[in-house]
Structures are given as C-alpha cells and as structure tokens.
Design a binder for this molecule. Structure first.
Ligand code: FAD
Ligand code: MG
Length: 301
C-alpha cells in the first residue's frame, strides 16, 4: 500500500487548489478524482477572475495539466468508495479496489443538485434553468426572467433576480406570500403567478407551461436546487454536517478542518453556497492549513 502525506478526494477546482499548495510545499500528494463536476451542465463559467466565460472543463483541464508537472503529485482517476482511520493513518479504497493511505485527508467531493420533479426542468439545467444569477444572469440580457419556488425561501431569490430582468415568481403551490412579502415583491416589481407549473419546454428560451395551458416565455428560469454531499465519505468518517436553507454541507473551522482531526473539507462540500472562486479560495486555505498541521503537530512537546 502506498502512503502519502495527503490524499485529496475530488480533483475539481477546490481539490486541485488544495493539492497545488501541498505539492508546492514538497509533500507527497495523491489526488483521486471521478471527474463529475457540478457545473458540467453549463457551457460557460462566469465570475472567476481571469477565466470569465471559459468552459468549466477547460478551466479544470488547464489546472490539472499544471498540477501534473509536479513529480510529488500522483493523479488517480477513480471513485473513492470507503475511507477510515486505521491507527495514525487514513486508509482510502477506490471502486477498483486500490488502497492508499495518508496522514491527512482533504475532502473536495462537491455537492449534488436536486431539482423539483417537473418535466423538462432537469434537461435545461445550466442552459436556460439556473440557480445562481451571478453565474448566469448577465448573459440573459435583461430579458423576462422567472423564479420557480421550491419553498418560502424562494422569496429571497425572487427579490434578488429583478436586477437581471423583469421577474415573475411562480409559487407553484409551494407557499403563499403574506401581506408583507407581497409588499416586498411589489417594491421589486415582481409579478406573481400562482397557477401550478406543469412543464418546462423551449430551446433558446425557457417556456413555462401552466396547469391552465398558458405558456410563459422567459429568457431564463431560476430555481434553488436542494444540495447534499455528492459522496457519503464525509459522513462515513463521522464529520459533522451543517444545514443551510438549501441543504447540507460539511462543517469546518476557519482553516477548513472538519470535526474529525486530520480531515479537511473544501469547496462546495464545505460551505453553504459555493462558486468556483470560493472553491479555489477554500482549497488554498485547506492546503496551507494541512501543510502547517503536518509540521507543527509533529513537533516534540
Ligand atoms: P465540483 O466541481 O463539483 O467537483 C467535485 C469533484 O469531486 C468532481 O470531479 C467529482 O467527480 C469528484 N468526486 C466526488 N465524489 C468522489 C469520490 N467519491 N471519489 C473521487 N472523486 C469524487 N460557479 C461559478 O463560479 N461560475 C459559474 O458560472 C457556475 N455555473 C454553474 C452552473 C451550474 C449548472 C451549476 C450546477 C453550478 C455552477 N457553478 C458555477 C458552481 C460550481 O459548479 C461549483 O461551485 C464548483 O464546481 C465547486 O467546486 P468543487 O471543487 O467544490 O466541486
Ligand atoms: Mg474539487
């Protein structure tokens, strides 16, 4: 069995940002990655300084090519199925039965998105259906926009979106705005549509089909996806979770260490709301912290 200083599980933006600092710290690093990034549905990634508008895959492949230049970094394509602490080391097993061990683990496995079960919605995810206006709002060119409610928490999204275009809130039987909420929606000029949504169609536009047969054509439809860790490994290791309005993530301290000493988490897995920029920042923070913990926790006294 090969033993590393650090095994990074998940080699997308967060995991690679952590691995980069650790490789530059001249540590032995293994990155294990299944290659299924959260933003794989979108053709363009926005809001990342110096990379604005590039394809998500290109940003990742350029970063990976740079990482592979470090001889002290091993890249393993695969899926980690099991991780546990055995003595002083963490032992990790992949789906194809490779076993590796390390002094520290960096979890960067991201989250998975769960959308309401409405015909045509998932097919348009990342194309005309989005969750993040900062990522995709600008390109909708101030056309008519929609917010599909999943709960009362969608009110917040409906109040935000009008900066990107005239907005309709589809409550879809998820909640009924109270008097104050109606005043807030009016203050932001949000139109209210209470008829149930039955289907999303359209290619260039998101066409919302209502239960009464009416069609509403939009440049884009925003919906809060419910998120959960993409891999059960953090829970299997015993890492404490935290809850956000849209799902669960792994709780960390300011240095991205989880509740389990020696296990760190970064990127979407370790924060309430993620983006590529935050993933890179968190990954770098975790990388520095892991490197320091390898030195200072090993000193006498
Ligand atoms: P991810 O990029 O999701 O990567 C996780 C990695 O871990 C994957 O490669 C996965 O295969 C791997 N993995 C998971 N489990 C295992 C396992 N058990 N073993 C091995 N590997 C594993 N953000 C922006 O900043 N700008 C945008 O324009 C933007 N657009 C988006 C569009 C859509 C449709 C969506 C859904 C999200 C978008 N985001 C955008 C958010 C962005 O995708 C995430 O914030 C970012 O991908 C988080 O990076 P990460 O490294 O934490 O996780
Ligand atoms: Mg990652």
């Amino acid at each position: 069995m090969q033993t590393f200083d650090v095994i990074v599980i998940g080699g997308s933006y967060a995991g690679m940002a952590g691995a980069l600092q650790l490789a530059r710290g001249r540590r032995q690093v293994a990155v294990i990655d299944a290659g299924i990034r959260r933003n794989r549905f979108a053709a363009h990634s926005h809001g990342v300084l110096g990379q604005d508008g590039k394809s998500p895959a290109l940003i990742a492949s350029e970063a990976k090519a740079q990482l592979l230049l470090y001889p002290n970094l091993s890249w393993i394509e695969g899926t980690v199925e099991h991780a546990e602490k055995v003595g002083d080391l963490f032992q990790v097993t992949t789906r194809d039965q490779q076993t590796l061990s390390a002094k520290r683990l960096l979890l960067a496995t991201g989250v998975s998105d769960h959308l309401p079960a409405i015909t045509g919605l998932q097919d348009r995810w990342g194309k005309t259906v989005f969750h993040c206006p900062y990522c995709h709002g600008y390109e909708l060119n101030q056309g008519p926009l929609g917010v599909l409610a999943v709960s009362e928490a969608s009110l917040h999204q409906a109040l935000l979106i009008p900066d990107w275009g005239p907005t309709t809130l589809f409550t879809n039987n998820c909640f009924t705005p109270d008097e104050l909420q109606l005043k807030q929606l009016a203050a932001r000029h949000v139109r209210l549509e209470t008829e149930a949504v039955t289907e999303i169609t359209g290619e260039q536009a998101a066409v919302v089909k209502l239960a009464n047969g009416r069609l509403v054509e939009l440049a884009g439809l925003f919906v809060a996806s419910l998120t959960k860790p993409a891999s059960p490994i953090a829970q299997e290791l015993g890492c404490e979770l935290a809850e956000s309005p849209v799902g669960f993530y792994v709780k960390t301290d300011d240095f991205k260490q989880t509740s389990i000493p020696g296990v760190f988490a970064c990127g979407d897995l370790g924060r309430a709301m993620g983006s590529v920029t935050f993933a890179i920042g968190d990954g770098a923070q975790a990388g520095f912290a892991i490197h320091r913990s390898l030195i200072f926790e090993g000193l006498p006294g």
